[in-house]
Design a binder for this molecule. Sequence first.
Ligand SMILES: [Zn+2]
Ligand SMILES: [Zn+2]
Length: 401
Amino acid sequence: MVCPRCNSDVPEVSHFCHHCGNDVRSGDAERKKAYAARPDEPVASFRLVSTIMPQGSGRQPYTYKVALGIALLLTVVTAALGALPVAIMVAAFSIPIVYILYLYDVNLWEDEPIPVVAAAFVLTGVLAAVFTWLWSDKIQLSTSTFGGNDGSPAGRDLLLLLLLVPVVSELIRQVGPLILASRPRYDDLMDGFTFGVVAGVGYACFETLVLFWGWISGGFAGPGSSVGTWISVVVLHGFIKPLVYGSATGLAGAEFSGLGEGYDGFTPRWVAGLIQAMAVNALFQGGVYLLGFVGGHGSTIGSILGVVWGLLLLGALIIRVRTVLHKGLLEAALEAAARGGSNHASGDQAFCSRCEMPLLPHSDFCSACGNSVRSVPKSARGTAVPAAATGYDATTGETQA
Ligand SMILES: [Zn+2]
Ligand SMILES: [Zn+2]
């Protein structure tokens, strides 16, 4: 049969067009029920792991979920017990560590010299620490952002949190992804997104360490607030903030990489992504600050509302990321189909890393399960023989004898 979207010849048995990813059976033209990077999930979903870790979610979804769950539990318990130095350290490092494990899992580095990648992110971390120290310690807010504040918001604080911090911090978060995404090895849409997430998560870690240095160095005595405030603060800064920063910066990174071969660079789309990320950041900072005044002095309500506000923003961002990546993967495949298909899946006998069915030559999508070949780590794309036959270990990319 002929695919109605890209006019390629598609075998009668196909469920999805292997060139453009079109669902040729159900007529769901936009594939709303089959997310390109995870076809068994709908596009509009709040599933975190398959959103921020799109390349590995098919293989080890539980590892990341369990690791994140344990870290969250540990943070809440230590904060509830008043062990704030431990709680804030666990909060600051949990998501960065899980994300590093993910990058190692999907073998993102592959042949690239690790020093280049490490240098890009050490730079992000140093800039994050210096800038956070400058605005929080040298310029200083007139009240804390932990909630339970007296009086009313100050205009100077709002200017700082709605303008200076979002704009400068987002520019800092763009440095690493732009350096890496402009290397030919990493010009893919998914790479740009992933590097953006890394930069956001890394920035959040250093920002948290600087902002809460007093908690870390102050021993086990708390800052005189309630347990509810402590738990809200560590959950907000350790788990919600890195994901908000990461997905917003990731969206801009994906626009920098663009759809086709090579990177698109500083296009209007990248500028729009950058402004969107700054706006998200301003909404996050400003919202948490303003909600901190609800309930008045010593109240826990303000900090809990800050967590709720962060979750709402994160939910909206997750949907946005999934929509952008989904459309991007489908659009890129349509463009490639017009040129006769791409070489993402190489070899005469490549197999889908998700369902292990054979891939047709020049596939951008698996014709059986509809998974995007580009959503799979590059090392696993050209899998020559299925796992069961040779002991090929998809998690390490190695073949055991
Ligand atoms: Zn097609
Ligand atoms: Zn498949």
